[in-house]
Design a protein around this ligand. Structure first.
Ligand code: SF4
Length: 487
């Protein structure tokens, strides 16, 4: 049984991110807290995958990044008092696979948004990156599996799909296909009223596909939005980072897309104070931000990650790193990217509630955030609004008086917390089981991931009947999919 409150759970399943030191410190603190509260513990994510022998992980169960479909087994064994470690890689005929099957049952954080990881790993070896240690080389999911997952999501009422990975631009190079090939297949199955958002892509691999990418980003059901991390505008620093591109490459990608996809949003990342970064290097980065005025910019102060080549390089003094981070933040806050949009009429897709619970959050065609009044009929729908106010990170929109909520050809969404990916047959079997506690029928097929998971869920339930109450505190299970890597 999943518990809302972590302290009510018998077992904590702790996910982790290895991108930055603070994220790992948070993970370490969560483990300590779980131990103090005498919880059983299962660890997941990139930290234990990259370095399972660290002292503070000793004796604890670990589930590897490619093994998440076996989480129920690991939980069951841990509850029994065993320590289990599943860290292997999934292979088919010696070839590395993308990871766990895509048709696994799951509970979406937001029932309107499906997040699909299209590949794991990447083709680079950036000198500051620890993620690579955990995720390894590129392994892409086949196009048909990804398209099936998207179709299923739309049948379950999803209205927005996010494609993610360490580098979506590299997608398919290991299996003889490409990102544009995948995207053309995906747009065929996106129903009216739903949108696709592309994830992060590094400059090197996308350079080859610029023409096609521009066409796709102009598609009415694809957000004109791309996240391209530049990290630094100094070629010397980029070389030290082993990023495999130079600033001119980045500019070529951005300039081309801005010309061919009018109004496109380009988001980027910058690391301040990478080892060896001189003041002149940093000023080049400042100039790039002043020139392009990125509406969305992730500024990261450099932290050396243990075990990476960058950790052994001569470091920029902490005070200097801090000052540069501050200076760049000041430049970023010196412009308002949305002021000129006040007065525009826009169509927006409403998908969630704002943090302060005062508005609903929607996005326009350029994936710019538009806050709209909290009218429950808007949720999951396209609405036409007049922009009447703008801030640094948002606009506010008033629905036009005669506007009808655009009802797309999408099914009713799953309820919050409802399991996705179960067929009707398994859904009803699970329902029956939960009310009767009868043993699973021998006629249940064991082939699909859904059925395997259902059988495990059923076993788990029987354990519950024996008063082995299992609580899984999913502290950061979804976080890893949202925390962007240090690209
Ligand atoms: S920073 Fe991104 S592209 Fe570079 S090695 Fe790490 S995961 Fe790969």
């Amino acid at each position: 049984m999943l518990q809302e409150n972590a302290s009510d759970a018998d077992l904590w399943l702790l996910n982790s991110c290895t991108v930055k030191n603070p994220a790992e410190d948070h993970f370490r603190n969560s483990i300590k807290k779980a131990q103090e509260e005498n919880k059983k513990i299962v660890l997941a994510g990139c930290v234990p995958q990259a370095q399972p022998r660290q002292d503070y992980l000793k004796g604890l169960s670990i589930i590897g990044v490619q093994q998440i479909d076996r989480v129920v087994e690991v939980v069951e064994e841990t509850i029994k008092g065993h320590s289990v470690r599943l860290l292997g890689q999934k292979k088919d005929n010696g070839k590395r696979l993308g990871g766990a099957p895509l048709d696994l049952p799951k509970i979406r954080k937001n029932p309107l948004i499906e997040i699909i990881s299209i590949n794991t790993g990447c083709l680079n070896a950036c000198t500051y990156c620890k993620t690579k240690h955990a995720r390894g080389n590129l392994a892409s999911y086949p196009i048909d599996e990804l398209v099936d997952r998207a179709k299923q999501s739309f049948q379950e009422g999803v209205c927005e799909i996010w494609l993610t990975s360490e580098d979506t631009g590299a997608y398919g190079r290991d299996i003889g296909t490409s990102l544009p090939a995948l995207l053309w297949k995906l747009v065929e199955v996106i129903p009216e009223g739903a949108m696709l958002r592309l994830g992060m892509t590094n400059p090197p691999y996308i350079l080859e596909h610029l023409e096609e990418m521009a066409k796709i980003l102009n598609h009415p059901r694809v957000y004109a939005f791309l996240h391209i991390p530049v990290q630094s505008a100094s070629d010397t620093v980029l070389m030290e980072m082993k990023r495999e591109y130079c600033v001119a490459d980045f500019k070529r990608v951005v300039d081309f897309l801005k010309e061919k996809v009018p109004g496109i949003t380009i988001a980027t990342d910058i690391i301040c104070g990478f080892p060896g970064e001189t003041n002149q290097d940093f000023q080049e980065t400042v100039k790039l931000v002043e020139e392009y005025k990125f509406p969305s910019l992730f500024i990261n102060q450099f932290y050396p990650r243990p075990g990476t080549p960058a950790a052994k390089m001569e470091q920029v003094p902490a005070q200097v790193k801090k000052q540069r981070t501050k200076d760049l933040s000041r430049v970023f806050h010196s412009y308002n990217p949305y002021d000129h949009k006040v007065g525009e009429r826009q169509q927006v897709l409403v998908t969630e509630e704002s943090f302060d619970s005062k508005f609903y959050v929607a996005h326009n065609r350029f994936y710019e955030q538009v806050l709209v009044p909290k009218n429950p009929t808007f949720m999951g729908k396209m609405v036409e609004v007049d922009i009447y106010e703008s801030g640094k990170h948002f606009m506010k929109g008033q629905p036009v008086s005669d506007a009808k909520v655009y009802t797309p050809s999408i099914s009713k969404p799953l309820a919050k917390g409802e399991v996705s990916g179960l067929t009707e047959e398994f859904r009803s079997r699970l329902g029956n089981h939960l009310t009767s506690t009868s043993r699973p029928s021998a006629t249940i097929r064991r082939g699909s991931a859904s059925s395997r998971m259902v059988l495990r869920l059923q076993r788990l339930h029987q354990d519950c009947a024996l008063r082995m109450s299992v609580g899984l505190a999913l502290f950061a299970l979804l976080c890893a999919f949202f925390v962007k890597v240090y690209n």
